[in-house]
Design a protein around this ligand. Structure first.
Ligand code: CP
Length: 308
């Protein structure tokens, strides 16, 4: 029987191409199930999963919880805002107290890069990284690639540009790792101030002109400007940013081909993408959200099969 090469999903950096294909094949099966009238399977009936969210989330949190419930897992939810973390409890103590209640798997979002890796070295449970600061967001990258595969048939050989705030984005880094593992060509595009200096070492090309980037690509993944991670200004004004790096219908019409538009959410309508583009047939934003549930079901199902 095929199994993942890892006990935890801490980042795309720690998995391989075979793992990605296994997750996609398993997600195909779960996607078929969640489109049936009865969406639930008993696969994780004996497994308890804790969702630890130390940072805000809408899509990822709901998507994990739905995925867990559709697999019939027992689910407990933890939000840092209403917990004893506020009284000074450490991450390891919080996690160990939750594990003492016989939890098998932890899904964690945390503002600190490497929080999942750190926790995996100190506790005995399977960890799924649901986003750690500006480091990685592996299930987002998996659902993004899965959505490209669904729309275009394959990821290998496709040209994908990631546009916007690359510097503060965990989505960008996980997508670069995932796309490169599958044989896609990857470009990043944005203002120089929002492109980290090391990015070329990851085998991606850099473009600062959005129109040139869109003319090159098959898929454009538009990122949100992450103001919450900025302590200084990286561009003169939001208006100027959207004029240079916002995708409009007019810009798309000026290309002599149709490209696929993606966005991980939450969208800043009128900044990185206009409403007309976000709601157009070229955009697969809601397909990404739908696929997120199947991908997370696949990841947790495969990791649970490794729990002794
Ligand atoms: N895409 C994503 O991670 O969205 P949330 O922050 O709402 O979970």
């Amino acid at each position: 029987m095929s199994e993942l090469s890892v006990k935890h999903l801490l980042g795309i950096k720690y998995i391989n191409e075979k793992d990605i294909q296994l997750i996609f094949e398993t997600a195909d099966h779960f996607k078929e199930i969640i489109n049936r009238p009865i969406k639930k399977v008993p696969s994780l009936r004996d497994i308890t999963i804790a969702n630890l969210f130390f940072e805000n989330s809408t899509r990822t949190r709901l998507s994990f919880e739905l995925a867990e419930k559709r697999l019939s897992a027992d689910v407990v939810n933890f939000s840092a805002a209403s917990s004893s973390v506020k009284k000074g409890e450490t991450l390891i103590d919080t996690a160990n107290n939750i594990l003492a209640m016989k939890v098998d798997m932890i899904v964690m979002r945390h503002p600190n890069p490497g929080a999942g890796v750190f926790l995996s070295k100190h506790i005995d449970a399977s960890i799924v990284n649901a986003g750690d600061g500006a480091h990685e967001h592996p299930t987002q990258a998996l659902l993004d690639s899965y959505s490209i595969r669904e729309r275009l048939g394959d990821v290998a050989g496709k040209k994908v540009v990631i546009v916007g705030d690359i510097l503060h984005s965990r989505v960008a880094l996980s997508n670069i790792y995932a796309l490169k593992l599958q044989g896609a060509e990857v470009m990043v595009c944005g203002p120089k101030t929002l492109i980290p200096k090391y990015i070329g070492e990851l085998g991606v090309t850099i473009e600062t002109d959005l129109k040139k980037a869109l003319q090159w690509c098959d898929v454009a993944n538009m990122l949100r400007v992450q103001n919450e991670r900025m302590d200084i200004s990286y561009f003169p004004s939001t208006r100027e940013y959207s004029q240079q790096y916002g995708v409009t219908k007019q810009l798309l019409t000026s290309l002599n081909k149709e490209i696929v538009i993606m966005h991980p959410g939450p969208i800043n309508r009128g900044v990185e993408i206009t409403s007309e583009v976000a709601d157009s047939k070229q955009a697969i934003i809601l397909d990404q959200v739908e696929n997120g549930v199947a991908i997370r079901m696949a990841v947790m199902y495969l990791l649970a099969s490794k729990i002794k």
